[in-house]
Design a protein around this ligand. Sequence first.
Ligand SMILES: *Cc1c(COP(=O)(O)O)cnc(C)c1O
Length: 337
Amino acid sequence: MDLEAALSKFPRVQMGHFPTPLEPMQNLGRKFGFDLWVKRDDCTGVGMGGNKVRQLEYYLGQAVAEGATQVLITGAVQSNFVRTAAAMAARLGMGCHIQLEERVPSSDALYRNNGNVLLNQLLGATLYRYPHGDDEAGADGKLREIAMDLRAEGEVPFIVPLSAEHAPTGALGYVQAAREFLAHGEVFDEIFVGSGSALTHCGLLLGLRALGDATPVTGICVRRDAGLQRARVAQRLSDLAHLLDVSNPVSNTDICVDDCVLAPGYGQMSDVVRAAIEQAARYEGLFLDPVYTAKVLAGVFANHERLKGKRVLFWHTGGQPALFAYANAFDFELPAD
Ligand SMILES: *Cc1c(COP(=O)(O)O)cnc(C)c1O
């Protein structure tokens, strides 16, 4: 199938720094007994980077094509998606309206004001609050109300939708990333990536299979348990094949999800998450975020028996600004005089 032709039908704003580096993580690999590498999508270059740059290149491509003047987006209080959207909208000369959902039970002042929330405000975005964290359709409905008000003021609003009733446009960025990854010419026994909205997981998996590559891709669950996430991935894969107008090259048995490090829940700290953050920093000089990438690396470590002697790729998807919102989960202090 001609993936290049299928992708080129979609408008894209090219802002990211690509290809992102592919690097060995020799110290941690040696410690756990496998050949560990990292794909540095924390280095995508715009607004502090991360996987959402790849996704938003396609959403905002559509926004530009529609002549949008304002971008509307919803996410958790410490969402990286909304921060990246605000940065890219600023570059495009568009306003950005961000709705922050209460997904994480936290009243920590740092969680509510620092990290991505601080950056959203520096970027000049207009912030709104949404009380529910598990009502994707409701959150999208609220964005449509804000869009109506903006339209009445003469603006042209563009909504980046969240719920799975919408086309998985952001996954196109990871279909593109699959091409970029294969061009490195490095072969792995298994790839680990975070699976939340599942657009990253689905884009990468469908892209690889469509290009004839069979490397197993394991999605580490960050938001839903394995049963729910598997269903979400299956649905979004079929939606993505439909969007691209290609036949779905991924069989159901090829969908791998693992929720071994999900507890206690989305965006909540745990001992394995803290350990992964500390180990990545101390062994590799690499920063992880507490919501996604630390869970993924903790998931890789949890599978270390099975991975012995294998060549393993940890796909870093960014998110480090959220670290500062979780600073109270680490009790570090300056040494006393
Ligand atoms: C959003 C996000 C993810 C999850 O990506 P999805 O495409 O929503 O599954 C992983 N890592 C980071 C840092 C993110 O911000």
